[in-house]
Ligand binder design. Structure first.
Ligand code: SAM
Ligand code: SF4
Ligand code: SF4
Length: 337
């Protein structure tokens, strides 16, 4: 890297529309979606590959609503390590089209049973997501993606236990209050013991993919006055119409600027003024925080670090009776969101 900035991870929303209506999510409410066809999706991927991206995470909206998802993932996997995040409703049905083109699959679960259904706005969404996880886990390394809100704090530990029972991994986000969604970010005092507990579970070998340092960084920043240094330039985000979202997808609520294929990304990355965002600390999204903690000095070991690390972790991980000690893990483009 030696002073030169370039994105390593990419997140791409394939659409905004969704079959669920989560309280804390701004995306299904948007009316400005422009859907691209496969040829333009390939243009995006080629531009990202030129920019130096190694890992591409597909998301949305609900990516499994796209009829061409299998073709998009096949093209993606020919160029990058890939992940996809889904609400799981259509997962069992679409699995044969997607599994072979993914290195990691994230399925969102925001609590157990009724808690999840209430947050997601649709009855039976918990059962559908768990059914999808059961179907998927033998075909592709599968990870529960759990967003902590003020309405599901009490379920965090039960979600860890569910991940252990299902023998899948778990990634944890803290809800961010987007202007165009319901403000469900947890109260700081109520969140504190949950973060500490998740960190301790991580240290004792629970299948949580974030590092203990990720939880320590949140604790240091929000409760100890010790900010972490955000490096949003490690991740590039692309909206459904192919535009780059700068500086991160959080601050401008996924407002894109120029189409990525019209931009010299490396030049933009090295002229954009990133400094004001280093001390931002507004969000605790793992897709930005966790890579920011890592010293990215040797990109040649990226695959080993990101994909193989996660897959090995999942293989070693969740046996409830004998929790292994986890290694360090860098999460990928979750989802962004
Ligand atoms: C926007 S969704 C898109 C993919 C898919 N529809 C799903 O729900 O997994 C990606 C992730 O963003 C999370 N998310 C939604 N609203 C959020 C918020 N306000 N703060 C942090 N994460 C959020 C969801 O829980 C989900 O895990
Ligand atoms: S979080 Fe995912 S499932 Fe929920 S409304 Fe947003 S895009 Fe849809
Ligand atoms: S802390 Fe979060 S919101 Fe702030 S610049 Fe970094 S990624 Fe964006």
């Amino acid at each position: 890297m030696q002073g030169e900035k370039s994105p390593v991870l990419a997140g791409h929303k394939l659409l905004y529309r969704c079959n669920l209506q989560c309280k804390m999510c701004p995306f299904w409410r948007r009316g400005d979606e422009v859907l691209l066809g496969l040829a333009d999706e390939i243009r995006i991927m080629d531009a990202l590959a030129r920019a130096g991206v190694s890992f591409l995470g597909f998301e949305g909206g609900e990516p499994l609503l796209r009829r061409d998802i299998g073709e998009i993932l096949r093209e993606g996997h020919a160029r990058f390590h890939t992940s996809l995040v889904t609400n799981g409703w259509l997962l069992e049905h679409r699995l044969p089209e997607i599994a072979e083109h993914l290195d990691l699959l994230f399925v969102s679960l925001d609590g157990i049973g009724e808690t999840h259904d209430r947050l997601r706005g649709v009855a039976r969404s918990f059962d559908r997501a768990v059914g999808g996880i059961r179907a998927a886990r033998a075909a592709v390394p599968t990870v529960i993606s759990h967003t902590v809100t003020r309405e599901n704090l009490h379920d965090a530990e039960a979600v860890v236990e569910l991940a252990e029972q299902l023998e899948v991994g778990l990634t944890v986000q803290i809800a961010y209050d987007y202007r165009s969604a319901r403000a469900l970010s947890p109260q700081r005092e109520e969140l504190l013991p949950v973060i500490e507990r998740l960190r301790d579970l991580r240290r004792s070998g629970a299948p949580i993919l974030e590092s203990a340092e990720y939880f320590d960084a949140i604790l240091g920043s929000w409760y100890g006055g010790r900010p972490w240094r955000c490096k949003p330039w490690l991740t590039i985000n692309i909206d459904p119409s192919g535009r780059i979202v700068l500086p991160c997808y959080v601050l401008h609520e996924y407002g894109g600027s120029l189409p990525v294929w019209e931009v010299d990304v490396r030049q933009l990355w090295n002229t954009f003024s990133w400094a004001p965002y280093e001390s931002c600390n507004q969000c605790a999204l793992a897709c930005y925080l966790e890579p920011s903690l890592f010293q990215w000095t040797n990109l040649s070991s990226l695959r080993e670090r990101v994909v193989d690390g996660a897959v090995n972790y999942l293989k070693r991980a969740p046996k409830v009776s004998s929790r292994p000690k986890g290694g360090r893990w860098i999460p990928i483009a979750r989802p962004p969101d």
